[in-house]
Design a protein around this ligand. Structure first.
Ligand code: TPP
Length: 359
């Protein structure tokens, strides 16, 4: 017998669980301004999250997927992308999209049932939220193919959950990315749950990252409670994708500190005590302690930040509530280049139907 293939999956962490830097931090993280920026975004997204849940609970928003405990995953990812890259999000990507021209009120609109919230600002070439699980990696592979054919110097980043990596589409996208050497980075938010299915029941593979090996490129795990590590590894992977057309799979390991969505009740399946145990690693406290330990942050600044972010979220809520509802006939728009005749009558029919206001 001889060994014909061997592989390793690295695990990246910059700040450990006690908020101590492991070795020299990446260059951007040596600039306190950059760290404070990441910290602010994570706090903003957490305050937004609580507000969105409260809106849903009081009947002012549809189903909403929480990002509690996953802030470093999304904020770090957004910070690691270049403006010209193309981003293919899934339904939890608020912390990423907020850095790419989307507004908090867009997210409320979308989860309030208004499709205009799925278009993230003018001249934005990112894709809309993907709610079908696992379909978007194939879209990303297609976009990356187009970029390569047109000799564009940009790359694509696509996100799905660890549950999404069990879909056939995910493997197909990875396979084609490896064979055609596509400029694409697959980012997996491993928050340990796919609704009620735990990570252990999702795959027998020791890591999700090693799924890349079968596709012929590298995969790695990143501490998803460490925003510095997430940004660092996303930046490196995107650079490799842009410059060498080398795909990467990044498995960002964190914990879902919430129900799957507001339509779920995790108390029915989540083992007791696990959330509390995982909370000791949560990403905002991790960075906050580092900032405090280095005299970049204090209680007064924290209070001010909390007030500012809460005000920003309140503005977004008011914007959402005051947005005139979408015309009912708009459901026929953007489906075809020109609407087939068969739908014209139906479109006319719904035109004068009353629609409920937002909130
Ligand atoms: C193709 C498809 N199958 C099933 C669903 C229903 N569904 C919505 S979210 C979800 C779990 C996804 O879990 P994961 O990919 O781990 O992402 P997470 O929501 O945990 O971030 C499922 C099964 C769907 N939206 N699309």
């Amino acid at each position: 017998m001889k060994v014909v293939a061997q592989f390793e999956i690295p695990y990246y962490q910059c700040l450990n669980e006690s908020s101590t830097a492991i070795g020299e931090l990446p260059k951007f993280a040596q600039d306190p301004k950059q760290l404070l920026h990441l910290y602010r975004l994570m706090v903003l997204i957490r305050i937004f999250d609580s507000k969105a849940i409260a809106l849903q609970r009081t009947g002012k928003l549809g189903t909403y997927p929480s990002t509690r405990g996953q802030e470093a995953m999304f904020v770090g990812l957004g910070a690691g992308l270049a403006k010209e890259d193309i981003f293919v999000p899934y339904y939890r990507d608020f912390g990423t999209l907020i850095q790419r021209g989307a507004k908090l009120s867009d997210f409320l609109l979308y989860w309030g049932g208004d499709e205009r919230g799925n278009s993230f600002g003018k001249n934005n070439h990112d894709f809309p939220f993907s709610v079908p699980v696992g379909s978007q990696p194939l879209h990303a592979a297609g976009i990356a193919t187009a970029l390569k054919i047109h000799k564009q110097p940009h790359a694509v980043a696509v996100v799905c959950g660890e549950g999404g990596t069990s879909e056939g589409d995910f493997y197909e996208a990875m396979n084609v990315a490896g064979v055609w050497k596509l400029p694409v980075v697959f980012v997996v938010n491993n928050n340990q749950w796919a609704i009620s299915v735990p990570r252990s029941a999702q795959s027998s593979a020791q890591t999700i990252a090693q799924k890349a090996i079968a596709a012929g490129f590298s995969g790695e795990q990143v501490d998803g409670n460490d925003v510095i590590a997430v940004r660092y590894r996303v930046e490196e992977a995107m650079k490799k994708a842009r410059e060498n057309h080398e795909p990467t799979l990044l498995e960002i390991v964190c914990y879902r500190q919430s129900d799957h969505t507001t339509a779920d009740d995790a108390r029915r399946y989540e083992p007791e005590g696990i959330r509390e145990q995982e909370w000791t690693k949560e990403p905002i406290g991790r960075l906050k302690k580092y900032l405090e330990d280095n005299q970049f942050w204090d209680a007064e600044k924290e209070q001010q930040l909390q007030t500012e972010c809460a005000a920003e979220v309140d503005v977004a809520v008011a914007e959402y509530i005051n947005t005139k509802p979408q015309a009912p006939e708009s459901m026929f728009d953007n489906l075809y280049a020109s609407l087939p005749e068969i739908y014209l009558e139906q479109r006319e029919d719904v035109k004068h139907k009353e629609v409920p206001v937002h909130g």
